[in-house]
Design a protein around this ligand. Structure first.
Ligand code: PHE
Ligand code: ZN
Length: 875
């Protein structure tokens, strides 16, 4: 583990490397405790670099066994090697030379899951961001692009399968039952995209023919016996490959594309060139073990990693400050892919809910940072919702501003200009400016300034003048180390909705640039005047969530009720109803009339056959406890929020009971399981109705029947959730938990759901339950998926138990974080972000949460990862 050096990396300190590594040859002699890695590096001095600069290579926890240059062993006086650095003071003065290094690493001792490690008996690597330096000394930075040739040697019985990046060039037998394979990747790549997998795995094979007729062999490698569970992922892969050709003109470029699923992985998946490595949670699925949400995630992540082949691999990042160049863009691409494969409005609503649930609190708390940060202590901590999700929203805004064609032209120019390069955000923006002739200077602030902008809006209608006036006031809140903000360019999509539900055609506009239904907000204040509006319209704002902002709108509830039913933009219809629900929950509107109207509308939505099932399910789902807390912003009492939310849910259910029961019954489905969006939507609506009906008389029996009759995991998990969360003490709940365990006990990924459902049961008593579950034989602190399922969900999705006023939830949590930290600092640091909103709690809980953070901060020898998170959180 790398301990904290306190070093801060700054964007403005970027300097190109004095040395380049055009070619990299690696040989791995695999052994669980002593793998020998031989690196044969062709090193060149960068043209123009100082001829006397030393060669300084990065390492992390390395042992150097041998070093030679151009075939001659190096005397000890010529170099200096520590576990984290190798310095050759005066390398040869030739244009290129060969540096040969031998290092030894222990995969089985590698519990951090960075570099070369073991998982289920196989060898596997993870190099992003800085894991390659745990394999050999290297210029481990993304702007060093090298052509790799990799030879892997291993005992054939233990590791019949030997994989690396690129195309397989050679295989053969060696003495003593060993064998080897040589892989060559013709595309120069940064070290973070290197990968190796060796082991005894099962495979599913397929074939894809690209638009220009290249035949690509596809392989998905999984644990033996799990092959059939890879079918959906394979299908998603082929659809992704086709989509990228059709929508972006991007074709795959190697003869093989392999995916390996592993059960120990810190993140979701990794886009290594030609050899994607996945957390098996995002590969393996069938109806018996995976929910509809799992299927959707698999589709999205398979696509995401595949799309990186062009946005990330062919064009990579100059330095880690540019992380959003590949991540924001690739998330945008996978969002659009899912929207095309499924339902666009439903996908958009789900994206916005995720953004608000994860990115907004980040942007509004102590860990706020710009989409392109300017400084970091530990890059691992910048794989954030801001870089990924807000980064994607920024790309979406570019498309809104340029229009679809201008956007595509900009992308084409970006690919054409920067293919084979390590690029920056400036390069990216320049491509769009040059392709469209637009000025994106002010827009670029979205990359540089942290914080969620707010637009405060009021309206007036002048019937005599036939004028509708919209006053807009922009503000950007201060964030850590950015007290003063500049005004942003916010593309605000809108509609002026008339009584017939159609948008008014307005006359000339004054006060802002308005084009194609978008107001371009650029200043602190705009007074926008629309001519030719005879009647007061209902104002529909931020349609399709055109900008990742918050709105404060002076709006009559009747306008929202109207928009919820009649807005032509489906997203805005959902938003209008959701705003009304939020209002009812936050302001605790007591007027019976308001609540009754809300409940009426719920009934209308539930039964509106013109709406997709999935849309109805999303609309009916009440804002989560964390959503409500975020709206309240300060002095949060999670117990009070829970009570209010329950009361509203019960009221809606009671006043629609008959209709809900009828819809619930009508949605039952007997046919064969299909994972597509329409079928999933039907299940989602039925399960949402079950949740409403559960607290009513007979609820436990209803849920129990739902559980027993379930023919797929989506329905089974939904019923178990209802039983455990609402009727936890009943025999029905206990029987269902036991039945689930009996049925799925052998499948850890499915048992993660069993852990999650119990960890999220509301109420103080769940803490003890979670403590007990840490001793369950299926649980282990050494597997990241288990930890996230039980501990991560408890801390992020159980508002009442985690935030117990006595602080016992925080205390337990701090203990777990400290227990995991020595083994896996990255996982510990990520978990610890669950405490980031501690300042918005009411005083008693706030003090307890601070104590827990201070306890973590006060322990000795913290890793850079965890120290960085706790110190920023407390600052
Ligand atoms: N680059 C990966 C992705 O987005 C995420 C990742 C980061 C995986 C760091 C592992 C380590 O697709
Ligand atoms: Zn990514």
């Amino acid at each position: 583990m790398r301990t904290d050096t306190g070093q801060v990396f700054r964007l403005e300190d970027y300097r190109p490397s004095d040395y380049l590594i055009p070619k990299t040859s690696l040989t791995f002699r695999l052994h669980p405790d002593a793998t020998v890695v031989t690196a044969d590096l062709t090193i060149a001095r960068r043209p123009g670099a100082d001829r006397h600069s030393p060669l300084i290579l990065d390492g992390d926890d390395l042992v150097l066994k041998a070093i030679s240059i151009d075939g001659a062993l190096l005397p000890a006086s010529a170099y200096q090697a520590t576990p984290d650095q190798l310095i050759v003071a005066s390398p040869p003065d030739a244009p290129t030379f060969r540096l040969r290094l031998e290092t030894e690493v222990s995969p089985s001792a590698n519990s951090a899951l960075m570099g070369l490690f073991r998982t289920n008996g196989a060898y596997c690597t993870q190099c992003e961001a800085e894991g390659f330096r745990r394999i050999t000394y290297f210029l481990d930075r993304p702007d060093i692009l090298s052509v790799y040739t990799v030879r892997i040697e291993a005992p054939k019985r233990e590791a019949p399968l030997l994989l690396s990046n690129g195309n397989r060039q050679e295989t053969g037998e060696l003495a003593d039952g060993w064998h080897f394979a040589v892989w060559h990747d013709p595309f120069p790549k940064p070290s973070y995209l290197f990968a190796l997998v060796a082991g005894d795995l099962g495979a599913m094979h397929d074939m894809f023919t690209t638009a220009s007729g290249r035949r690509v062999e596809l392989g998905i490698y999984v644990e033996h016996g799990k092959e059939p569970f890879a079918a959906y992922a394979m299908d998603a892969l082929k659809r992704s490959m086709r989509w990228d050709e059709e929508v972006y003109g991007c074709e795959y470029d190697l003869d093989v594309f392999n995916i390996v699923a592993v059960s120990d992985f810190n993140m979701g998946a990794m886009e290594n060139k030609g050899l994607n490595i996945f957390n098996d949670k995002y590969v393996l699925a069938d109806e018996e073990t995976a929910t509809d949400a799992d299927f959707a995630n698999i589709e999205a992540i398979i696509a995401h990693e595949y799309f990186h082949n062009w946005t990330g691999n062919r064009i990579t990042c100059r330095d880690w400050f540019q992380l959003c160049l590949k991540e924001g863009l690739t998330v945008f691409r996978d969002h659009e892919f899912s929207a095309d494969q499924r339902s666009r409005p439903v996908k958009r609503i789900a994206e916005v809910r995720t953004l608000r649930a994860h990115q907004f609190p980040e942007d509004q708390g102590p860990l706020a940072h710009p989409v392109r940060p300017r400084r970091y202590r530990e890059i691992n901590n910048f794989y954030t919702a801001t870089v990924y999700e807000k980064g994607s929203e920024v790309v979406r805004m570019i498309r809104t501003i340029l229009g679809p064609e201008g956007f595509r032209q900009g992308m084409d120019l970006y690919f054409q200009r920067h293919d084979g390069q390590a690029a920056t955000i400036e390069d990216f923006l320049k491509a769009f400016e040059d392709a469209s002739g637009r000025d994106l200077q002010q827009f670029a602030l979205w990359y540089h300034q942290a914080g969620t902008p707010n637009l405060s809006i009021s309206t007036a209608h002048d019937a005599a003048k036939r004028e509708f006036v919209v006053e807009i006031e922009q503000s950007v809140p201060p964030t850590p180390s950015e007290a003063r903000k500049r005004m942003m360019h916010i593309p605000l999509a809108f509609g002026l909705v008339g009584r017939d539900g159609k948008d008014f055609e307005h006359g000339p506009v004054e006060g802002a640039d308005v084009e194609n239904g978008v107001i371009h907000v650029r200043k602190r204040r705009h007074v926008v005047r629309f001519a030719g509006i005879a009647e007061r319209p209902a104002l529909s704002l931020n349609r399709g969530f055109s900008a990742p902002i918050t709105l404060t709108v002076e709006q009559k509830p009747e306008d929202l009720f109207f928009l919820a039913r009649h807005d032509s933009d489906a997203f805005s219809r959902w938003q209008a109803y959701n705003s009304l629900l939020t209002d009812a929950l936050v302001a605790a509107r007591k007027q019976a009339a308001f609540a009754a109207k809300l409940a009426d509308l719920a009934g209308v939505i539930a039964g509106d056959a013109s709406l997709e099932h999935a849309f109805r399910a999303l609309a009916l789902a009440l804002p989560g406890e964390a959503d409500i807390a975020r709206e309240m912003a300060r002095d949060i009492d999670p117990d009070a929020i829970f009570e209010r939310r329950e009361a509203l849910a019960r009221m809606i259910a009671q006043s629609n009971e008959a209709a809900f029961r009828e819809h619930y019954a009508a949605l039952a489905f007997q046919g064969r399981f299909r994972p597509d969006a329409a079928s999933a939507g039907r299940r989602a609506l039925r399960n949402t109705l079950l949740d409403y009906l559960a607290p009513l008389p007979g609820g436990a029996e209803l849920a129990s029947r739902h559980f027993v009759d379930a023919t797929n995991m989506t329905d089974r998990a939904a019923a178990l959730t209802v039983l455990v969360h609402r009727h936890g003490e009943t025999n029905e709940a206990k029987a269902a938990l036991a039945a689930f365990e009996e049925r799925h006990g052998a499948n850890p990924l499915t048992m993660d759901k069993w852990l999650m459902i119990q960890a999220t049961a509301p109420g103080a008593a769940t803490l003890d339950k979670v403590k007990t579950l840490t001793r369950h034989p299926g649980f282990t602190m050494s597997n990241p998926n288990r930890v996230r399922a039980l501990i991560g969900t408890f801390a992020t999705a159980n508002q009442t138990a985690f935030n117990r006023p006595d602080g016992a939830g925080y205390d337990f949590f701090a203990g777990v974080v400290l227990e995991i930290e020595p083994r896996n600092p990255q996982l510990a640091a990520r978990l610890a972000t669950a405490l980031r909103s501690w300042r918005s709690l009411e005083p008693v809980r706030r003090a307890k949460a601070r104590e827990a953070l201070q306890r973590i901060a006060g322990s000795d020898d913290l890793s850079a990862d965890l120290r960085d998170i706790v110190e920023r959180t407390l600052a």
